[in-house]
Ligand binder design. Sequence first.
Ligand code: NAD
Length: 260
Amino acid sequence: MPARRTAIVTGSTSGIGLAIAHALAADGCNVVVNSFSDTPDDHAIASEIAKSHSVEAVYVKADMSKGAECRALVDTTVERFGGVDILVNNAGIQHVAPVEEFPAEKWDAIIAINLSSSFHTIAAAVPHMKKAGRGRIVNIASAHGLVASPFKSAYVSAKHGIMGLTKTVALEVATSGITCNAICPGYVLTPLVEAQIPDQMKAHDMDRETVIREVMLDKQPTKEFVTVEEIGATAVFLCSDAAAQINGTHISVDGGWTAD
Ligand code: NAD
């Protein structure tokens, strides 16, 4: 049996990152689970992944808003597992406000967590991947990496930025057995999104189904949420041998949002 691959998934205690961590573990990878806190619940998530999929999984605290911690996450992984085969840059936050009212500290935080963190983790991981002669980098971008929506200036800027980073890194690593790609999800039903539904029902005086269809999924032609499992499966595919020649591009999983 080939040696287990080691995967880092940033921001993987919730939502899409958690599903990707499970999907990669189910595919036989050892997994490093990450967030910025350090609670028993965080470590329990890693234990649960290890138990469910009979792999090794550890929780490593690292705040993705800080470049040095992003790099330390990679270093800790290499010390623990001897290398890093898969890097999934998933950690992300959101803030919604008109550009003239957008708080500067929110702008800085979103650019740091949603964009600069990937620069730091990639810069730290690529030398190890090059040495091994293989690697997969998957950046979780968004439909907002391709198109804009009002009131999301920082998020849209960061997600467009991650598309540029993806393409640039792909060119640089192309002859080293490494690929770098992005996944562009549409609206995904994560705990974060689920929590907004009751407020939206109140604000619009609509039932749950109408809020989902007419408010939240206005731009998503299927009028259905993407599931976290669908994003997990897409990440597993991009990390597979079958995807060896997919490099410097993105896969949209958005129900047709960006079809034009
Ligand atoms: P989520 O809030 O459920 O999960 C975000 C994860 O990132 C959590 O584990 C959180 O602890 C972690 N995180 C936040 N700040 C961090 C920091 N400073 N350092 C380390 N970890 C941090 O969100 P989600 O919906 O699963 O989003 C995950 C990614 O998918 C984000 O990059 C987001 O932009 C992207 N995305 C989400 C959607 C959607 O509809 N949910 C759509 C497109 C793209």
